[in-house]
Design a binder for this molecule. Structure first.
Ligand code: COA
Length: 421
């Protein structure tokens, strides 16, 4: 017989971690996330705090005197559609090995969402260990990167590379300002206070800037050296490439290409909108064969971040949301999101009535009810001028129309989360 689900709501509840929990937390996390970090390392990190938060971001669940589960609820700020949203970064979710698969993990994550809502977070973001676990909690996968491995000779040595130079300490402020300007036009980038730039002090990272003189710094690239035992695994890996103009983008790529006499291979994670394959002389990943008839591999698809709307009203209100006037939301964790919602003159104005009433829109056949995960996906894909209908994803039959408009319609903002936490 399967063990009974642990349904008692009062048995274990999250409370803020205190100094007295440091040892227990370190031990729980070493068991949950085995790796190089020891209990002592984790204790030190907890006391000193990391770039995204310290002990104040930790929450624990106890059974009697014993800590049986814990998580971090980082207070982050994320740019989406040019708006900086308070965002809970959910991380380090861990349940003691003898308490697993009884519903405790889901319960503490649900509680974390209440904590986020109560402190004013509008969105939440995380990296999942298994997407389905967090889908059931209302999160949706966001963003995609294409990992290219290529010989630097495959990339043109764009002549704008002459404006690329090593970054200096004094450039940090300009680099941070450039980052914020690009973040306003991208979804998913976090606001970076100085402590989130501290990684530049790490000697494993090397930073270069695009500085054509007259307009100041318009792009930067941060790379690391990957030197394995075998010489053919040596690679120059691009950690971040942020460019504000086409010249800066080409300049930085040209700089990468110019490293060809040292590095046999470049590793670069491109956004799909970069259409990076078109820049390479032949975009086939070295060492791979044709994999489907005459098709070849160009890149690997990477996914990771998952996003969830924590407050429907606060997420949608700053946008000229072109969705239907009324819709309902299904949200098993946050009942305040359920609606029905009414949009007045392009702005979300209020939640009306009881959550359980489904809303029917005349002529559209059926109640327009959307899960919070789907609403989040549409929210991220939204762009000005989007003929968005909440609750219906684009179908194949809609594709020709979308393609015909492609050059006129403003593109959806790419999603790019650079931080790992
Ligand atoms: C990931 C982790 C936190 C999950 O904790 P947990 O308490 O086992 O989580 P839950 O019990 O809520 O859910 C786990 C699964 O067990 C299932 N489950 C819950 N109660 C159950 C029961 N009585 N019988 C059978 N299955 C049950 C849940 O439905 C869920 O599966 P689903 O997602 O397919 O629906 C835990 O395994 C852990 O600490 N892992 C190591 C650290 C880690 O990877 N953390 C994640 C970081 S993102």
């Amino acid at each position: 017989m399967l063990p009974r689900r642990d349904a008692s709501p009062a048995l274990e509840l999250l409370r803020p971690a205190t100094d007295g929990d440091v040892r227990a937390l370190a031990e729980l996390w070493v068991q949950a996330f085995p790796g190089e970090r020891t209990v002592a390392d984790r204790e030190r990190e907890l006391r000193e705090g990391g770039p995204h938060g310290g002990l104040e971001s930790c929450w624990v669940a106890e059974d009697g005197p014993r800590v049986v589960a814990a998580l971090r609820a980082y207070a982050l700020e994320m740019y989406v559609h040019g708006v900086l949203f308070p965002t809970m970064g959910l991380a380090a979710v861990a349940v003691a090995p003898d308490r697993r698969r009884r519903g405790l993990g889901r319960r503490i994550c649900t509680e974390a969402l209440s904590i986020a809502g109560a402190r004013g977070d509008v969105l939440s973001i995380l990296y999942p260990y298994r997407a389905s676990f967090y889908r059931a909690l209302g999160y949706t996968l966001a963003g995609e990167l294409h990992r290219y491995r290529f010989a630097p000779e495959a990339l043109p040595e764009y002549e704008e590379r002459r404006f690329v130079r090593a970054a200096l300490r004094v450039d940090r402020e300009s680099v941070a300002e450039l980052y914020e300007r690009v973040a306003l036009r991208t979804n998913g980038m976090l606001r970076r206070p100085p402590k989130l730039w501290a990684f530049l002090d790490d000697p494993r990272w090397y930073a270069f800037v695009y500085d054509a003189g007259r307009d100041g710094i318009r792009g930067y690239v941060i790379v690391r050296h990957r030197v394995g035992r075998s010489p053919d695994r040596r690679a120059l890996q691009v950690k971040e490439l942020v460019a504000e103009t086409g010249e800066a983008y080409r300049g930085l790529l040209g700089w990468v290409a110019a490293q060809r006499d040292q590095w046999p291979q470049i590793i670069y994670d491109a956004l799909p909108v970069e259409r990076f394959a078109e820049r390479l002389t032949h975009p086939q990943t070295p060492g791979t064969r044709q994999v489907r008839g005459l098709w070849f591999e160009t890149a690997r698809v990477l996914q990771g971040p998952m996003v969830r709307i924590v407050s429907v009203a606060s997420a949608l209100t700053p946008l000229d949301w072109p969705g239907p006037e009324r819709f309902a939301v299904e949200d098993a964790q946050i009942p305040q999101n359920e609606g029905p919602w009414r949009i007045g003159s392009g702005r979300l104005v209020r939640r009306e009535g009881r959550a359980t009433q489904a809303v029917t829109v005349a002529g559209e056949g059926g109640p327009l009810t959307v899960s919070v995960a789907e609403l989040t996906a549409r929210f991220l894909e939204w762009h000005a001028g989007d003929p968005l209908v909440v609750g219906s994803r684009p179908t194949h039959s809609a594709l020709p129309a979308v393609l015909a408009q492609a050059d006129r319609a403003p593109a959806a903002r790419p999603f790019l989360l650079l931080e790992v936490f």
